[in-house]
Write a protein of this length. Structure first.
Length: 239
């Protein structure tokens, strides 16, 4: 019998892989933040917190491909549930994660776990995850895999209060360019050692990119789209 679908892909993803394609827009030389930009960035994590739970798309390099996770993230509870896909029909399925680690829903022949058929929508994937018993999920702690790094990043983008604009203005953060996503303009800011943030004029975070040490890239896209009923308790329920 084939081993659990994403287990091999999720367990060890440390080989050298191709980075996600990326083209910097704008071409501005890096410069310190203006006072207005510092104030806007100071609100970014708080706005993400207020928009949560909301849809995100996570992309991380795998050997020979890219892992794509479409999920709903609850930044209040530090939990997320969604659908994992590598482009291989045998390597995709339901995924849940929190601050301690991740879990995949293991397929079973008795129908007690979700099938490997791609859900028609993120809401459907969340509903399927909610109906599964806790014992169906295969769990592990985080490791050095690029996908693990991306999942943890997705849970670190919010705070229940604004940050300090004064500290941001004196920090090593820089304005490095501009870009358009879906016809909307975003400023791009860097933060050491390897992060870039796409932020709109109201301080809402749209995209985060992290450059890994071996020239690989992970990306988290946030849309502020609410997914009801939010992250289910199923993957963490007792019993």
């Amino acid at each position: 019998m084939r081993s659990p679908w994403t287990w091999a892909a999720l367990a060890v993803v440390t080989a050298v892989c191709g980075a996600l394609p990326y083209v910097m827009a704008g071409g501005d030389a890096p410069r310190p933040l203006t006072a207005g930009e510092a104030r806007r960035l100071a609100l970014t994590r708080f706005r993400t917190y207020r928009d949560s739970p909301a849809a995100v798309t996570v992309r991380a390099p795998l050997p020979g491909g890219t892992a794509v996770v479409r999920a709903v993230v609850d930044e209040h509870r530090h939990r997320a549930v969604g659908w994992f896909d590598t482009g291989d029909a045998a390597e995709r399925g339901l995924l849940a994660w929190d601050t301690r680690g991740l879990a995949v829903a293991r397929p079973r022949t008795d129908g007690s776990a979700a099938p490997l058929t791609r859900p028609a929508s993120l809401a459907q994937a969340v509903a399927e995850a909610g109906r599964l018993r806790r014992g169906v999920w295969i769990r592990r702690n985080y490791g050095p895999a690029s996908l693990d790094t991306a999942l943890r990043l997705a849970l670190s983008l919010a705070a229940d209060r604004p940050d300090s604009a004064r500290l941001f203005a004196r920090s090593a953060r820089r304005h490095v360019g501009q870009d358009r996503i879906g016809g909307r303009r975003y400023d791009i800011f860097s933060a050491p050692p390897s992060l870039r943030f796409w932020v709109d004029g109201a301080g809402r975070l749209r995209r985060v990119r992290e450059d890994l040490d071996d020239d690989r890239t992970i990306m988290v896209d946030l849309t502020a789209t609410r997914v009801r009923p939010g992250v289910p308790d199923g993957p963490w329920a007792k019993g």
